[in-house]
Design a protein around this ligand. Structure first.
Ligand code: NAD
Length: 415
């Protein structure tokens, strides 16, 4: 392709992006001249880069540039455990609207070491007791809670008191009452609350939702989803997961929530009835307080049925399938941190759907930063977390009572 002249490049970009002319002229100034101006004697259609260093206009960009650091929303991450350190902190590097500005940890040495690597000011390290001082740090807009589930409600409430917005890991809290209190605290503080349902920001899941809403697989009849792994008592990140007061429940609460949430975002409906069965092997110390495996069904107003499971004693599985009248969509794996796959299966055969992969954690943090900046409701607000916690409470009740349990359907079908 011929290098563009300055005016052609300018008008093309204005056309492509609809961006303000001042910004573009500024950016062209930064990038200097185009070949056409630097190259002497190029014949028509044969302009060549000169054999000396020259600047030229920006290349076509495949991704948007991040906004300037000073305009990105500042996050404080609370809890520097396995998930925070391995997934969330690195994802700030791929974020366009968020930046890491503060850390909250019970281990000062660890926090200092992490802060120095991520360029966080040593004065912006807090411990759990001193967390409330975050109110005095204007660089912090959003508090991201990545603590054991039993601590989510307390820290969300304290963050709202400090007049910060809150992004909170799933499951939202131990009980629906705690979830309701978190939502109330956010409203009273006039601050936003989002639950970190990363799968709803993950490109393959987003594409599956889009195809279902577009009617591509016909009316959705059935959803199946399974999430399982081995709970390892030697792993510190699994030790609190065996304690009811910190975890809230077992495999259903921790990973079955992905199956449950998927059934809701794929159907776009709220269930009217749930049925659950639970088994924990007697004598296994891992399951003295929380359940091992759970099989559960949801019935939706349209007649769609979801058949779902979670387990702490099976090899890793993270699969979601949506069966429509014309075709089915298979996400396997569906909820890995990266490398998810989407397949369309019909009478025509199996077709791998190409989806541009993108860091789901960065997408999620950017979505919330943008929601805060533009005062918009996030896609997964506190109410979304509350619905799942209410449904999990109903699933536990159903398993205890050995019968299906009706749940109040909001009837709302999502866009
Ligand atoms: P983890 O044990 O690795 O991290 C927990 C952190 O909380 C640690 O830094 C620990 O020191 C701190 N902590 C403070 N008080 C504690 C206490 N009383 N007991 C134990 N730890 C305490 O756990 P994790 O796997 O990082 O999970 C943290 C949260 O993130 C949970 O809510 C979990 O559900 C969620 N999570 C989400 C995903 C996801 O994909 N969205 C993945 C993993 C974990």
């Amino acid at each position: 392709m011929r290098p563009l002249t300055r005016s052609a490049a300018l008008s093309r970009r204005l056309f492509l992006r609809g961006t303000g002319g001042g910004l573009l002229v500024g950016s062209l100034g930064l990038h200097g001249t185009v070949y056409a101006q630097g190259a002497a004697g190029g014949g028509a259609g044969a302009e060549r880069p000169p054999a000396r260093p020259v600047g030229r206009v920006e290349p076509e960009r495949e991704t948007e540039m991040p906004v300037e650091p000073g305009r990105r929303l500042g996050y404080a991450v609370v809890g520097l455990g396995k998930f925070a350190l391995n997934q969330i902190l690195p994802a700030f590097g791929e974020s366009r609207h968020a930046r890491l500005v503060a850390l909250v940890s019970g281990n000062r040495d660890k926090a200092r070491a992490v802060a120095s690597r991520y360029g966080v000011d040593a004065g912006a390290i807090y411990d759990y007791d001193g967390f409330d001082r975050i109110a005095d740090n204007p660089a912090v807009d959003i508090v991201y809670i990545i603590l054991p589930n039993g601590l989510h409600a307390e820290f969300a409430t304290r963050a709202f008191k400090a007049r910060k917005h809150v992004l909170c890991e799933k499951p939202m809290a131990l009980t629906s009452e705690e979830c309701e209190a978190m939502i109330r605290a956010g409203r009273e503080a006039d601050r936003k609350l989002m639950i970190a349902y990363r799968a709803q920001y993950e490109p393959h899941n987003v594409e599956a939702i889009r195809r279902i809403r577009a009617g591509e697989i016909g009316p959705l009849r059935l959803v199946t989803s399974d999430h399982g792994r081995i709970l390892d008592p030697k792993d510190p990140a699994d030790q609190w997961r065996m304690v009811r007061a910190l975890a809230g429940g077992g495999s259903l609460y921790d990973i079955g929530i992905y199956s449950l949430n998927a059934a809701r975002y794929l159907t776009g409906e709220e269930p009217v009835e749930v049925f659950g069965q639970i088994h924990s092997p007697p004598g296994d110390p891992r399951f003295s307080e929380v359940e091992d495996r759970c099989a559960f069904q949801l019935r939706f107003p349209s007649g769609a049925i979801a058949n779902l499971s979670s387990s702490y004693s099976t090899a890793s599985v993270k699969r979601i399938q949506a069966f429509g009248e014309k075709a089915s969509l298979v996400l396997d794996p569906a909820t890995e941190y990266e490398g998810n796959q989407l397949m369309r299966v019909s009478e025509r055969g199996r077709e791998q759907v190409k989806v541009k992969d993108e860091n789901q954690f960065a997408a999620e943090m950017d979505h919330f930063a943008e929601s805060v900046r533009h005062n918009r409701e996030p896609r997964t607000p506190g109410e979304e977390g509350l619905r799942d916690v209410r449904l999990m409470e109903a699933i536990y009740r159903s398993a205890r009572e050995g019968r299906p349990v009706s749940v109040e359907a909001t009837g709302s079908v999502r866009p």
